[in-house]
Design a protein around this ligand. Structure first.
Ligand SMILES: [Zn+2]
Length: 193
């Protein structure tokens, strides 16, 4: 029997996450390389596209985890855990995550890969107040007075900051003002072209 057939039987031909009965396919849980029924789940296109980041996350869709997290199939529990973890900035998901007890072995498996649903956001471009993309080496001016935390001065509106560098946070850049290296909120800057 193929993996797909095994999974169709196991799931009664339903998406194992949201019970949808259409457009089902096998999803192999990373980081496994081999496709086995134990390490795969049957999912619908709606679930699959969000898991694989080809569609934006629709948080309301994942309320289905409320039911599927109680599945007796380990791979489904693992997937529910990873999804809830990824959504855990929302309190409902955090609550469910706290209820979902995994034994140590399962916990290790669950943590062996993660779903980064914020990937799109964190790889987003850094934009100035006009929506222009900022890049390393750009020159910007401040569009308002900014208190520089820890440095004890206010960077005045109109201050020119040359040779900025991007940071891990798309909303922040680093630059030098008054000879001090400071972090600035991109939103309060204007790119000098
Ligand atoms: Zn589904």
């Amino acid at each position: 029997m193929s993996t797909e057939q095994t999974l169709l039987q196991r799931s009664n031909s339903k998406c194992e996450l949201c019970s949808n009965e259409e457009n089902l396919s096998v999803y192999k849980l990373p980081p496994e390389n081999q496709e086995t029924a134990e390490q795969s789940i049957l999912v619908c296109t709606t679930c699959l596209e969000q898991i694989t980041q080809t569609s934006p996350i629709d948080e309301s869709h994942w309320r289905c985890l409320n039911d599927s997290m109680w599945s007796t199939t380990p791979a489904v529990q693992i997937m529910a855990w990873r999804l809830l973890k990824a959504l855990s900035s929302s309190s409902w998901a955090q609550d469910l995550l706290e209820m979902l007890y995994l034994d140590p072995e399962m916990q290790t498996w669950a943590e062996s890969a993660s779903i980064d649903i914020t990937a799109n956001e964190s790889s987003a471009a850094t934009l100035d107040s006009n929506g222009s993309q900022l890049l390393d080496g750009d020159t910007v001016t401040l569009i308002k007075d900014l208190d520089v935390k820890g440095a004890g001065f206010t960077a005045k509106r109109g201050t020119v900051v040359k040779n900025i560098s991007l940071t891990d946070n798309p909303k922040h850049i680093e630059g030098r003002a008054n000879g001090v290296r400071i972090v600035l909120v991109a939103n309060f800057l204007k790119k000098v072209v």
